[in-house]
Design a binder for this molecule. Structure first.
Ligand SMILES: NC(=O)c1ccc[n+]([C@@H]2O[C@H](COP(=O)([O-])OP(=O)(O)OC[C@H]3O[C@@H](n4cnc5c(N)ncnc54)[C@H](O)[C@@H]3O)[C@@H](O)[C@H]2O)c1
Ligand SMILES: [Zn+2]
Length: 342
């Protein structure tokens, strides 16, 4: 087990890499702890939850909403949860997001932690303290920024993660490479999904590297006034098509990253050759690079995006692979570029 401590503005978060789920018993008082997971994880990892008070939610993004939060709150009341209760989300990004949010509002906030079980939750959703829910088609519209007490990484959970969820998570890893780490980009190019799936050691190292990339960005800019915005690379359009086209998050942001590359070519002198390299890497990890979408509908949702400020949209562009920046694009110009994309 590798133990690290990450410092945020107000609190610090302990991170246990390469840990066993059993270690949870030493980190928390079992009697005072409630686990929250979803029915897929609960059934594929049965046994792990024995002896723990557990709230099992229906799996899926469509349940990441206020109705499920109400359900969690009712279950917490039934379980006599009070201010001393510790809540641990064991699951993918949906579970970590909704757990962090529910714990932050229950009795004005109780302590919580995460055991991320999907690649996406490990490298992204569980880190940084953003916890929230969707409202209709608007992703993560309601939420808080609140750090968990700790993160426990037990890579053996990945043994039951379906292949499509592995693929989904690699979109965020590719995103990190594009905005921050050209060496990781080249490393990913050399390897394959099979290489990472074949050994927990291989994937463990990559996960840790990605946690550190995200942590370094977030720790310096928790409230997203600067560098943290870069993590939205591919996400502006990605979020818009994710719900309209009902695509998995990773697929939607892969397409979003390709659009952002084209926009970077138009307004930021980003090289076509690099766009091509990114396209190849995305395809190499079995992610899509284009998709038929209802442009009108996607545009409408885009306009509601939280990255809009007045008549401009803050858009993340690439300067080169491994380096990104924020550019304000006037909406009419963005609309023109958007319409011209095939
Ligand atoms: N807060 C943030 O900063 C942030 C960042 C990125 C993504 N997110 C959010 O994360 C969510 C997506 O995360 P996700 O892709 O992990 O979704 P998810 O939680 O829906 O998990 C994907 C699927 O994999 C299953 N699963 C997870 N771990 C498993 C395991 N070990 N074995 C078997 N099945 C398993 C789940 O049941 C689910 O069906 C989105 O809601 C997105 O908005 C948040
Ligand atoms: Zn994402």
């Amino acid at each position: 087990m590798i133990e690290k401590k990450y410092q945020f503005s107000k609190e610090s978060v302990k991170v246990y890499f390469d840990a066993g789920f059993e270690a949870l018993q030493e980190l928390t008082d079992k009697e005072n702890t409630i686990l929250i997971t979803d029915d897929n994880i609960f059934s594929s990892q049965s046994g792990r939850f024995d002896g723990w008070k557990t709230i099992v939610l229906k799996a899926g993004e469509k349940f990441k909403n206020q109705k499920t939060v109400d359900e969690i709150i009712n279950r917490l009341i039934e379980l006599n949860a009070d201010r001393q209760t510790f809540i641990i989300g064991v699951g993918g990004g949906v579970i970590t997001n909704i757990t962090g949010y529910a714990a932050s509002v229950y009795m004005r906030g109780v302590k919580f932690a995460f055991v991320p079980t999907s690649i996406l939750a490990m490298v992204d959703a569980s880190i940084g303290g953003k916890n929230g829910i969707d409202v209709g088609v608007y992703k993560n519209l309601v939420g808080v920024i609140n750090q968990p007490q700790f993160l426990l990484f037990d890579y053996t959970f990945l043994e039951t993660l379906p292949e499509k969820e592995w693929i989904n998570g690699f979109a965020e890893i590719i995103k990190h490479a594009c905005i921050k780490d050209v060496n990781m980009f080249d490393f990913l190019k050399e390897k394959s999904l099979g290489y990472f799936r074949s050994s927990l050691e291989n994937i463990g190292k990559l996960v840790q590297q990605n946690v550190e990339i995200k942590y370094n960005i977030v720790a310096n800019d928790e409230r997203e006034t600067g560098d943290r915005k870069l993590l939205n690379f591919g996400h502006t359009l990605g979020h818009a098509i994710e719900n309209t086209a009902n695509l998995p998050h990773g697929s939607a942001i892969s397409i979003g990253m390709m659009v952002a590359c084209h926009i970077s070519e138009t307004i930021n002198n980003f090289s076509k050759v690099e766009t091509e390299k990114i396209k190849e890497l995305i395809s190499q990890y079995h992610l899509p690079v284009s998709f038929e979408t209802n442009k009108e509908k996607a545009w409408e949702i885009l306009l509601h995006d939280k990255k809009k400020s007045g008549n401009d949209m803050n858009f993340i562009v690439l300067d080169e692979i491994g380096k990104a920046s924020v550019k304000k694009i006037p909406l009419p110009q963005l609309r023109e570029i958007f319409n011209s994309l095939s």
